[in-house]
Design a binder for this molecule. Structure first.
Ligand code: NAX
Ligand code: K
Length: 246
């Protein structure tokens, strides 16, 4: 049965599959004119605020991959560093292997004093795992709705290391979980909190998502109308709202 999502004051919020969310992003960019980096800035800012609240002055470790999910995580690392937080970014590859928006976010982050670990080999993955164990909060931005098959390689090792972390906040969906079905074909992060973007994803459940927060990334309702998604503004002027899953 597909889970039903509602705000804590009872407003129903439709859920979308990965394919539907890909279409939302496509229409937002190609037909409406939003830039990916604009939406990502809202994602990263929201994520940084949630992580900062949980960390309460402690060390924040941000795990990031090379896609849109990783880009949002690196953006959050910048906002955390700008605000004076003790933050370490852990990449699941060498920094020069990043592409697109993630590479752009990494370049901007270089102007902060955030610590960066590129977990490209076993030694660096062990360094990263030690950071994860000691962190007040770990931000999981390895993979979002772009997951293909079981989590592999360094991303899988880092996800495994989060299972012992004090508190994990996943961006959009837990890495390793299929955003549409909720299935976990291999290792997957088990977050305490999930910050999902724009609309909840159909695969999120109370058991897998932890506490669920929905973040506004600035998509106007015309995008949802174009795709026949029954959208009623859940935010009422707030940047994010808690959701209940039934
Ligand atoms: N409106 C948007 O388009 C926005 C999207 N954002 C995020 O971007 C995500 C979608 O971005 P993408 O389409 O780039 O996809 P993702 O970032 O979800 O996933 C692609 C990345 O994951 C890796 N990957 C996929 N399957 C893997 C596996 N089994 N093992 C290891 N690595 C794997 C790929 O190599 C690639 O680096 C969303 O979930 C969302 O969180 C936000 O950052 C900002 C705004
Ligand atoms: K994630």
């Amino acid at each position: 049965m597909t889970p039903q999502f509602e705000t804590v004051d009872g407003r129903s919020v439709p859920a979308v599959t990965a394919d539907q969310m890909r279409e939302v992003d496509r229409v937002a960019v190609e037909e409406v004119g939003l830039a990916l980096l604009q939406m990502m800035e809202h994602a990263g800012r929201n994520l940084a605020e949630v992580a900062r609240e949980v960390a309460d002055g402690g060390h924040v470790v941000v795990l990031a991959g090379d896609g849109g999910n990783g880009g949002g995580g690196i953006c959050a690392a910048r906002h955390l560093a700008n605000g004076g937080a003790d933050v370490t970014l852990v990449l699941d590859r060498d920094a020069d292997e990043l592409t697109g928006a993630a590479a752009r976010q990494r370049r901007i982050l270089a102007a902060t004093d955030a610590n960066v670990v590129a977990a490209a080999d076993a030694t660096q993955t062990e360094v990263a795992a030690a950071h994860i164990r000691d962190a007040a909060v770990v931000v999981d931005a390895l993979v979002g709705y772009g997951l293909s098959g079981a989590l592999r390689g360094t991303a899988a090792s880092l996800a495994e290391a989060t299972l012992d972390a004090a508190h994990v906040v996943s961006l959009d969906v837990p890495s390793g979980m299929d955003a549409t079905t909720g299935e976990t074909p291999g290792v997957a992060v088990e977050p305490d909190t999930t910050l999902t973007l724009a609309l909840p994803k159909t695969g999120l459940t109370a058991a897998t998502a932890g506490d669920l927060v929905l973040a506004d990334i600035g998509i106007p309702r015309g995008v949802y109308d174009e795709l026949d998604i029954d959208y009623r503004d859940p935010f009422a002027g707030a940047r994010r709202v808690w959701l209940r899953i039934r």
